[in-house]
Design a protein around this ligand. Structure first.
Ligand SMILES: [Zn+2]
Length: 463
């Protein structure tokens, strides 16, 4: 799925620079065969760590950045790509040596002075600045860099993180992060992970926040919120650090739902197994443009005070999505099906409708309903990876699995799937073969579930 134009750039550069004896090839401008975003991410290397040093001033809307990317070459590389949208690249080095930089669309190509041999861990440094852009997704929603009344909010599903730092922006390449952000002292900078330090400049005009993400993170769940927040730090009864950042206008309305965070996490830990990260929390911002919640790692972002169902949903994603991450965007139902089913289970356990009842209500919808528009594992295009069938019919797949293997085996599955793929990636085929392997007696019945509910067109059982 590579385009001619994108491949030709590194080749032309190779000729210009004249690398005698170079055996390596340029890395690809996409990964594997993501059917929905063929140019997202890049092949040829694996990022292990991002160290981002950023500055942002809401008054001028100017972002300055230095990204230090530590990565391992997966083959002999003469050049490699990063994804970056907008912004101006001022220079780049690889292992301390100046690299040749070229850009085509969202592909930023770095050509190091020396070839990078397979297995070599290298460090690419990119200096950049400019006015970061908002990206409109194929489905019309907005992500990337969103301006707010008092600052900005960075959201990245599925491609938005390329609007604020160069990287391998595909969910399959996860890495740890240090995100250091300097902002005017009258606003704050809140990101993922744990706040390591907060330092004012000598003149008191700027403050630098250093956030550390200790567990692997896909770049689409990286976030940065700049603005005025009421920040509260506490711990759950289990000792897990909690940090919430709330727009002052939402402070009173959100107190009740935020107070339930330890209770929700304790319930999810019982259902889904040990919490996968070293801190938790939430960011409640009046973002203006996005209007949707996102399961940003450690602390989900909410566009105003969420209802309890949404709160449960985004926290469930910490297991299903953030820790076990889709291998390509085709596997989005593994995120949304599980998080939606998490909401149903919460209802079931807290005096609401049973999951069976919720399933039955959905199943009663006529075959013309958008719920049956396409099978959850096969969205028709990039504009539909966040559409209703991925969520609700995805949850229905899990309910059918539960019905097939029984409650006991299903509760075990809810815990073992995230435990066995912790901090990794998984795709739909890995999930179905995993369930079959764990429940060998039900292999045939499960095959029927996959055929009718996961991959089959139309409303199952209504032909
Ligand atoms: Zn979700």
């Amino acid at each position: 799925m590579r385009t001619y134009r994108r491949l030709v750039i590194p080749l032309v550069l190779a000729a210009l620079v004249g690398c005698g004896g170079v055996q390596g090839e340029p890395g690809g401008s996409g990964v594997r065969d993501d059917p929905y975003f063929p140019r997202l991410g890049n092949s040829g290397y694996d990022v292990t760590h991002y160290a981002l040093d950023l500055g942002y001033d809401p008054a001028t809307h100017e972002l300055t950045g230095t990204a230090v990317i530590t990565a391992r070459a997966r083959k002999d590389l003469s050049a490699f790509d990063l994804d970056l949208k907008g912004l101006t690249v001022r220079g780049a080095t690889v292992d301390g040596q100046r690299a040749v930089v070229s850009r085509t669309g969202t592909e930023l190509t770095l050509r190091p002075r020396d070839e990078l041999p397979r297995g070599h861990t290298f460090r690419a440094t990119v200096r950049y600045d400019g006015a970061p852009v908002t990206i409109t997704d194929p489905d019309g929603s907005e992500e990337g860099w969103l301006r707010t009344a008092d600052g900005a909010l960075a959201l990245g599903e599925p491609t938005g993180s390329m609007a604020w730092f160069p990287g391998n922006h595909h969910p399959s390449d996860k890495a740890t992060y240090d995100i250091t952000v300097t902002v005017p002292t009258d606003v704050q900078a809140v990101s993922n992970g744990e706040l390591r330090s907060r330092k004012e400049s000598a003149d008191g005009r700027r403050t630098t926040y250093a956030w550390h993400v200790a567990q692997p993170m896909a770049s689409y769940v990286a976030t940065l919120a700049v603005g005025r927040f009421t920040v509260r730090e506490s711990r759950t009864p289990d000792g897990l650090p909690v940090l919430t950042a709330v727009d002052p206008a939402e402070q009173r309305a959100s107190a009740k739902v935020l107070d339930r965070l330890p209770e929700v996490l304790a319930w999810e830990t019982r259902k889904f197994g040990p919490y996968p990260f070293s801190s938790t929390g939430a960011i409640i911002d009046r973002d203006g443009d996005a209007g949707y919640a996102l399961e940003t790692q450690n602390r989900p972002v909410f566009p105003g005070t969420p209802g309890l169902g949404t709160f449960v949903h985004e926290l469930a994603h910490q297991w299903y999505g953030d820790s076990v991450t889709p291998r390509t965007w085709q596997d989005m139902w593994l995120n949304e099906g599980f998080a939606t089913y998490g909401e149903w289970l919460w209802e079931e356990d807290h005096g609401g409708d049973t999951a069976q009842r919720i399933f039955d209500d959905r199943y009663a919808l006529p075959s013309s309903d958008p719920l049956w528009a396409f099978p959850p594992a096969r969205p028709p295009d990039a504009a539909h990876i966040s559409a209703l069938p991925v969520y609700d019919r995805g949850a229905m797949v899990l309910h059918k699995v539960r019905e097939t293997i029984g409650d006991r085996a299903f509760w075990r599955l809810l815990r073992s799937w995230p435990a066995d793929h912790r901090h990794g990636n998984a795709d739909t085929a890995e999930f179905t073969s995993y369930v079959e392997r764990e429940n060998p007696g039900e292999k045939e019945a499960l095959a029927g579930v996959w055929k009718d509910w996961l991959h089959g067109s139309g409303k199952p059982g209504s032909a």
